[in-house]
Design a protein around this ligand. Structure first.
Ligand code: HEC
Length: 219
């Protein structure tokens, strides 16, 4: 009520009459994108961005993090420290994005391959065991032969997480007692599988202690 009283008849008149003076912003002179303009000497209506302009979120200063390359060659180190979380995340992403073709073991015998897709090479070959970390990052980022790239589905950091996990996967299939740090016990028995360990497309079922009598399982 009080606010109404404050509006004087004069003010009300001003509001009503000025309401008629429309500033039609939608009708002001403008150029359509890429249209020609005589205003600038280069006849372009849009001004080129200032040299060195970087779009928001695209300042990739840490080149190695974004390319995995040192100069033109893949580097063999992680751009950030590897922790248990890094490996756990890498494992999770790998099992989602890579295992359908490469299998959870990395032997290249995933479910899609079993249904007829071209078989990728196993990660457990000498060549790929020796391939630098940056190479795996690059294959994920840019694709490789019949394999599509995963740059749009998997974030840069997750591609590194996966690369770290692939290294662990490779070690898991090619380790010796000498790789075990001094003072740490090697499990004396490999896990026993319930039935056929399968092809690697899925994780084999490991016998539990409730399977007593069916063989030696991990205790
Ligand atoms: C749709 C199936 C498919 C998926 C999913 C897939 N790959 Fe591949 N990958 C392939 C095929 C097929 C090849 C072999 C390509 C060729 O030789 O033309 C390959 C090759 C590779 C190679 C070996 C390159 C070389 O030098 O031989 C690496 C490393 C690799 N993939 C990593 C990955 C990673 C990491 C992921 C998950 C982010 C992934 N791939 C997801 C099918 C796939």
């Amino acid at each position: 009520m009080r606010t109404l009283q404050k509006i004087s008849p004069l003010g009300l008149l001003a509001v009503l009459t000025l309401g008629g003076c429309r500033q039609d912003m939608q009708d002001q002179p403008r150029f359509k994108p890429l249209a020609k303009s005589d205003f600038y000497s280069d006849l372009r209506s849009a001004r080129p961005p200032v040299e060195g302009t970087v779009a928001r979120g695209q300042l990739h200063e840490d080149t190695y993090f974004y390319t995995g390359k040192v100069g033109n060659n893949p580097g063999d180190y992680m751009p950030f420290p590897v922790s248990e979380e890094v490996l756990a995340r890498g494992r999770e992403r790998f099992n989602i994005y890579c295992a359908p073709c490469h299998s959870q073991l990395g032997d290249g015998n995933g479910m899609i391959v079993q249904r007829g897709f071209r078989a990728p090479p196993s990660y457990h070959t000498d060549r790929l065991r020796k391939a630098p970390l940056g190479y795996f990052f690059d294959v994920m980022t840019n694709g490789f032969g019949a394999m599509p790239d995963y740059a749009s589905q998997i974030s840069t950091r997750d591609r590194w997480n996966i690369a770290a996990y692939i290294r662990a996967l490779q070690l898991s299939q090619n380790a010796t007692a000498a790789d075990v740090p001094a003072g740490q016990k090697v499990p004396s028995q490999p896990p026993a599988f319930r039935g056929d360990p399968g092809s690697g497309a899925t994780l084999p079922e490991i016998q539990s202690s409730s399977d007593a009598g069916k063989g030696e399982g991990p205790k």
